[in-house]
Every structure is written in structure tokens, then in C-alpha cells.
Write a protein that binds this ligand. Structure first.
Ligand code: AG3
Length: 295
């Protein structure tokens, strides 16, 4: 290529210290330490702005839509009826997940519980299109510990809980544990749904985590399913989510016409999720099925 740019800096997130993805970096826009982690924003050549938490890629401008649409819309399109919905987002201080949730007109109230105020601040400052719904009237932001928040939530008070966390290391580990999932089950209504990001099923380092989370959720919910999306800048690219419900099956209770009607007011804004992707996302490659074939 004739006009290939020269970059002074590169950043690599080394996945489990073995391999990784390297970004050519044009500028370092922000780097500060909070009480919890190092928060950094880089200007990359290929993916626009990139947010790192303790060196882990949280989002980039160019591919954040995949993860944020896929953590939010499958469950929101599954919720039946037209009653105003109450949603809790744990983590997700960048605002991308609540932006997607608040697109739905039948969402009446959202609580966002982010432990680190610096993530909110950095997102508002450097990712205005991701943070765009953080001032919505239907949203209440709590800078607080998600585990404690869910423990104190009233029983049956949410229709949907979305867990948009970083990797299960350090302070985020509690968000993948049995006690937390149990508290979520209690906080949900009888037809409520829980979705959690579940790392990459392609990386053996996360097999234990996915299988264990699946197993724990199986004991607490009637329906537990893994679904996939392709997020180019996350480790291995293939990413998974677990959806758990006390009553709803993500495919047999998915009403395409109802979902399409719900998406219609903002379908133009979506770039990944649609009703065909909803069904396709639950089709698992054989290696991924085998992760929890034992249960
Ligand atoms: N939360 C999931 C990010 C996990 C990525 N892991 C990694 N890069 N090792 C993303 C937050 C976006 N709202």
C-alpha cells in the first residue's frame, strides 16, 4: 500500500498474555487512575476512539454498536406486553447499553449502577455518541457497587437486569458469582430476564467461567441460553452472552411481528440487531454447545 501511515505508538491488549490485537495509535487522549482502575482513551487509526480499563478493551467507536445492541435488544424484544418496563443495568458506565435500552418506548425507568464515576466522566467527555442517553429523564445513575445495589433492591422490582461488566477479575468478579445471580433472580419479576456478557467461548481461559455461570443460572432460572455476536476488538472476536429467564424461552417465545413492531420506531438506528439476527445468534457452533453439554 502506497500511502500507509506511520504510527509512533501501538497498543496491544495481550489476551491472557499469549496473543492479542494491536492498534496503531494516533494519540493518547486521556489516562487517569480512579479508586478502581486505570481509565484510558486512545485515538486509534482503524477503530476510532478506544476506551481501556486496566488495559482491557471496553469499547471502540467503530464496533461498540455490536456489543451494545446485542446485550440489550434480544431480551427487550422478548419481554411481552406493553406495560412500562423497569430495567437495571449493572456496570456499563460508558452509557452504550442504556442508550440501546432507552430506544424502547415501553421502557419506563432505568437504573444504571456503575462503580466507577471516572468511567462515566471519560465517556461523556470522549464518547458523546455512546454517552448520548445518560441525561435521559427515564434514567437514574447510581455511582455504587452493583452487588450491594442488587442485594438491596426490592424483590420483583425489575423486568430486566443487564450485566455489562468488565472481565471477571478483581472487583468485577462478584458479578459472575452465585450470590449475585441469586440476588438478581430475587430482584426480577416472575417473567423477568437477566442478560450478562460472558466473554469469548473461543478462549479456553473462559470455558470454566461460561460453564459455571450457565450451571449456576440453570439452578435459579427455568431457561438459560448462550448467544453469540462478533465484536472485532474483543479477545478472539467471537463474544457470548447468557440470557436467563424464569418463564420466557428466547426462541419459542420470540414473536417476530411483535419484536419488529417494537423496533420499528428506531430500526434505522440499528446496525447489527434485527429479528433474523435474534434467531441466528442462538445457533451455537458445536464447540460452544459442548461447553455446557454436561448439564
Ligand atoms: N464490557 C465487556 C468488555 C469485556 C472485554 N474484555 C476484554 N477486552 N478483555 C464492555 C463494556 C462496554 N459497555
Amino acid at each position: 500500500m502506497a500511502d500507509e501511515k506511520q504510527h509512533q505508538f501501538r497498543y496491544t491488549e495481550y489476551w491472557q498474555g499469549r496473543t492479542g490485537l494491536t492498534f496503531a495509535v494516533e494519540d493518547i487522549l486521556f489516562s487517569e487512575r480512579s479508586d478502581y482502575q486505570q481509565v484510558q482513551v486512545l485515538e486509534t487509526d482503524a477503530f476510532g476512539r478506544l476506551m481501556l480499563l486496566d488495559g482491557l478493551v471496553m469499547l471502540t467507536e467503530h464496533d461498540e454498536f455490536v456489543y451494545h445492541e446485542m446485550i440489550a435488544h434480544p431480551a427487550l424484544c422478548l419481554l411481552d406486553g406493553d406495560a412500562p418496563r423497569r430495567v437495571l443495568v449493572v456496570g456499563g458506565g460508558d452509557g452504550g447499553t442504556v442508550r440501546e435500552v432507552l430506544r424502547h418506548e415501553h421502557v419506563g425507568h432505568v437504573d444504571l449502577v456503575e462503580i466507577d464515576g471516572l468511567v462515566l466522566e471519560a465517556s461523556r467527555r470522549f464518547f458523546p455518541t455512546v454517552a448520548s442517553a445518560l441525561d435521559d429523564d427515564r434514567l437514574t445513575i447510581h455511582v455504587a457497587d452493583g452487588v450491594a445495589f442488587v442485594n438491596n433492591a426490592e424483590a420483583g422490582s425489575y423486568d430486566l437486569i443487564l450485566v455489562d461488566s468488565t472481565d471477571p477479575v478483581g472487583f468485577a468478579e462478584g458479578l459472575f458469582g452465585e450470590a449475585f445471580y441469586r440476588a438478581c433472580a430475587r430482584a426480577l419479576t416472575a417473567r423477568g430476564l437477566l442478560v450478562t456478557q460472558a466473554e469469548s467461548p473461543f478462549d479456553p481461559a473462559f470455558h470454566g467461567l461460561i460453564a459455571e455461570a450457565h450451571g449456576v443460572l440453570d439452578r435459579l432460572f427455568a431457561e438459560v441460553h448462550l448467544y453469540l455476536a462478533y465484536v472485532p476488538t474483543y479477545p478472539m472476536g467471537l463474544w457470548s452472552f447468557l440470557i436467563a429467564s424464569k418463564a420466557l424461552h428466547p426462541l419459542s417465545d420470540f414473536d417476530t411481528a411483535h419484536a419488529a413492531a417494537q423496533l420499528a420506531p428506531f430500526a434505522e438506528a440499528l446496525r447489527y440487531y434485527n429479528t433474523d439476527i435474534h434467531r441466528a445468534a442462538f445457533a451455537l457452533p458445536t464447540f460452544a454447545r459442548r461447553l455446557f453439554a454436561q448439564d
